[in-house]
Design a protein around this ligand. Structure first.
Ligand SMILES: C[S@@+](CC[C@H](N)C(=O)[O-])C[C@H]1O[C@@H](n2cnc3c(N)ncnc32)[C@H](O)[C@@H]1O
Length: 182
């Protein structure tokens, strides 16, 4: 494991209750979770749960130079780390939770990428985040979420018009839920 990955694992462990994970998402999952993002110009995207910014980098790589990315993160230290390590005018870091999306994002969103720890949230908070997300998503837009189990898939199916579950990695076990709005 690289020095950076070890540093991230230590930070994740220190904040286990809010990170919900010990390690960064695998490279395979970083690529899969960004696979639905549009490269069309002038689009708006949102990330939930940036950690040390590994998926953030892949989102910025996937979207057009004229698009914008709002990245939500509750941990202030992670926000500072990413602000210091990713220098990109398209990125706006929001030090707040996904549940407060509509306070900061006024535009329609073309795509969401999320690695927030759903399992650690109350039933109400899960539903609130997903409903708020669905309302902001443009028609034909996608929401992609990494999770460590199939357990929450029914809730996603209930809220989105189309949902698909992909097992991306076996060790560690990672599923990507791809959801769409018609
Ligand atoms: C499993 S880590 C994922 C980090 C990184 N994106 C990755 O894939 O490795 C989950 C991240 O979500 C953040 N988080 C937890 N609750 C959140 C919320 N309600 N809104 C936004 N971020 C949240 C945590 O602080 C943590 O950085």
């Amino acid at each position: 494991m690289s020095k950076t990955k070890i540093g991230t694992a230590i930070e994740f462990a220190k904040n286990l209750f809010t990170t919900g994970a010990l390690f960064e998402t695998t490279r395979k999952t970083e690529l899969e979770i960004c696979s639905k993002l549009s490269r069309e110009p002038n689009k708006v995207f949102v990330e939930y749960g940036i950690g040390h910014g590994n998926i953030t980098l892949q989102i910025l790589e996937s979207i057009a130079p004229s698009s914008k990315l709002y990245a939500f993160e509750v941990n202030e230290e992670f926000c500072t780390y990413v602000a210091e390590h990713i220098n990109d005018d398209r990125l706006e870091i929001v030090n707040d939770g996904a549940e407060n999306l509509s306070k900061y994002v006024k535009e329609e969103v073309s795509g969401f990428v999320s690695s927030i720890p759903f399992t650690f949230f109350s039933k109400e908070k899960r539903a609130q985040i997903l409903k708020g997300t669905y309302d902001k998503l443009e028609k034909g837009g996608a929401y992609s979420q990494v999770l460590y189990s199939k357990f929450h898939f029914k809730l996603f199916e209930k809220i989105f018009d189309k949902s698909e579950l992909k097992k991306v990695s076996r060790i560690p076990l990672e599923y990507v839920y791809h959801c769409e709005k018609n």
